[in-house]
Design a protein around this ligand. Structure first.
Ligand code: ZN
Length: 288
């Protein structure tokens, strides 16, 4: 779906990071979290080391970034949150302990959402209006629940290459689509439990991402790259990101932006009836 981007720009580019830290380990593999200290420390590399390399790269190229942070990680690393906001990047909600939402009841999901909002309010004096679901999974009720609690956009679904409005009983939720292909974890998340999985060749990942960008540029999409400081904060992978940044900088009329700005832009388009409005597929096949 082609968008008319602001100021005649041809494509929107959002570099985004999910700063998970060790949060997911506690709910995904609780027994390993209790017994395997090394994996928790591997994940701590993100908020302790990787994030600072990321912020440095963004500063050197004067680019905006978007950071989705589980509120547990934010609370443990307030200096990191402060630095991200100091550099005027966008911050989004990403659960508390990174529960995959399909593992939660509606009441539990609501409790986690409210808790994450409260923690950001306490830490930063404001509640982020953008959300990305941990592990990119949503329950059927999630879009409505998000709208009910003031969230304006989600970035977890994969059915388009540009923003649209998802219908919910409480009003529209702006959806800014993503893709596994454009996620560093699929290529490089390597730890003791998956050592049989080969680490992707950084050059091959650069070719994938730059070729995807070519397509988004040709058709006017919103290119959203999803990275994790504990994974691609390593030098070999930061190098791929820097090569990609330089590659995209070679194109004219690129809107380097944040998911928060794209949310605002999409809302404006929606008010002018210029944003596609969709609804989720039926729970059972329709009877034609
Ligand atoms: Zn995450």
């Amino acid at each position: 779906m082609t968008m008319q981007w602001p100021n005649g720009k041809r494509v929107a580019v959002c570099l985004s990071w999910d700063v998970d830290g060790e949060s997911a380990q506690y709910v995904r593999y609780p027994e390993r979290a209790r017994n395997q200290l090394s994996e928790l420390h591997q994940r701590l590399y993100g908020p302790q080391v990787g994030i600072w390399k990321v912020l440095d790269l963004l500063k050197r190229y004067a680019l905006p970034g978007t950071f989705y942070i589980p509120s547990y990680t934010a609370k443990l690393h307030p200096d990191m949150v402060e630095a991200i906001l100091q550099d005027e990047h966008a911050v989004g909600l990403h659960g508390h302990l990174h529960h995959s939402l399909d593992q939660l009841t509606k009441a539990q999901e609501e409790e986690v959402l409210l808790k994450s909002q409260e923690i950001f309010q306490e830490l930063t004096g404001a509640v982020p209006r953008i959300f990305r679901s941990p592990s990119w999974e949503l329950n059927r009720w999630s879009p409505e629940l998000l709208v009910q609690h003031g969230v304006v956009s989600d970035s977890s679904l994969m059915d388009d290459e540009a923003p649209y409005a998802l219908k919910t009983p409480k009003g529209p939720l702006i959806e800014i689509p993503i893709q596994w292909l454009l996620d560093d974890a699929e290529h490089w998340n390597h730890h003791r439990a998956n050592r049989d999985k080969a680490i992707a060749d950084p050059d091959a990942v650069f070719r994938l991402w730059s070729t995807e960008f070519d397509g988004y540029y040709a058709t006017g999409g919103c290119f959203v790259l999803t990275l994790h400081p504990f994974i691609s904060g390593r030098w070999a992978y930061m190098n791929v990101l820097e090569r990609l940044v330089k590659y995209i900088l070679g194109f004219p009329d690129v809107w380097w932006t944040t998911l928060d700005e794209v949310t605002g832009f999409a809302l404006d388009r929606l008010q002018q009836n210029e944003l596609p409005i969709r609804q989720s597929p039926a729970p059972e096949p329709l009877d034609f």
